[in-house]
Design a protein around this ligand. Sequence first.
Ligand code: FAD
Length: 364
Amino acid sequence: PADAATVVARLVGDRAGDWDRAGRLPAEVVRELNAAGLLAPQIPTGYGGPGWSSLDSGEFTARVGSLCSSLRSVMTSQGMAAWAVERLADRAQARSLLPRLAATDTAAVAFTEPQAGSDLSAMTTTVTVTGDTLRLDGHKVWVTAADHADLLLTFARLGDQAAVVVVPRATPGVRVRRRAEPLGCRAAGHADVWFDAVRLPTSSLLGAGGQSMSLLVTTALSYGRISVAWGCVGILRACLTAAVEHAGSRHQFGRPLAHHQLVARHLADLWSAEQVATRVCEHASRCWDTGSPDMVTATVLAKYVSARHAARAAADAVQVLASAGAVDGHPVARAYRDAKLMEIIEGSTEMCQLMLADHVVNRR
Ligand code: FAD
């Protein structure tokens, strides 16, 4: 993945702050990253993807996350969509969709509704099937990348079961409205989506539908969680670099900031946070790469630990830079806003705590 790091360094350069302020990623950046197979690098080679391991994909996700959390969010959505297709689709669907996701098309994944946030069992978006046609009705909110994605993988009720519907965004009855000025990841194309009597062939149901909602949600979210966790490692690395550079070069009271012990403590905390997050993410990725039964729990742990550390460490980095970092678009100012959102998405900190507590109680 050394070449991949070069590609992303060239594509992003020092423009992430401008994209954040503009609230938009340039379309050609997303298109080029996709054409290089790097939006969802775990798509298997048999389907036209690079077929990277979770560990390689994770390190690359951290690299992107250190430069631009909005672009990393778009990667997370694409990878989550591809993983859902890989796990849930039939062979014909996988053969049609995965090569497109590995090169040309972009995708967003829609679970959340106005009354169904942490509690996705409250979802009311519904799909009904008549003959070989389906009809989709509902309303999704806060869908990352939905503002520009070609495909919306939409979770819905199907009778007393559930289904994922692959909806081309251009289908009649689909209405997308961009979310104005989110707290962070401002260029990630968050949008609300309405489905009003959207009609599609039943071949748009991944794996024919009729699966359990918790299976569908857990499958997609597992990829989302490990991707966000590695993205947080990237945020931590960006914050550490900025804080160390600043504390080494700025002098107050006759010596570098780093030589004041209370500032040095921030640097120690930042490095520890980056190291701890890296280790839990490596462990989770190894669980993915070896097919370990601990994969789901290790992934929740990685997401929980990395997001908490990133939110805390980004605040420390702003503290070390003080006025130098208190500028909209500065890497640590962006990290401060972006990292907080990492504690909310893909299972909030509290939902992760409940899952981890359930794990320790039930494994006894
Ligand atoms: P609520 O569920 O209303 O929770 C509010 C607070 O209460 C939280 O702190 C929560 O942890 C806590 N809480 C809730 N229940 C419990 C409980 N039982 N015990 C303890 N605490 C609890 N959705 C998508 O479908 N696709 C996307 O791509 C997507 N991208 C997003 C990107 C961003 C930047 C953001 C902010 C959101 C995104 N979302 C997306 C929505 C996201 O998944 C939800 O915001 C998240 O699931 C939390 O739901 P909520 O905001 O409704 O909060």
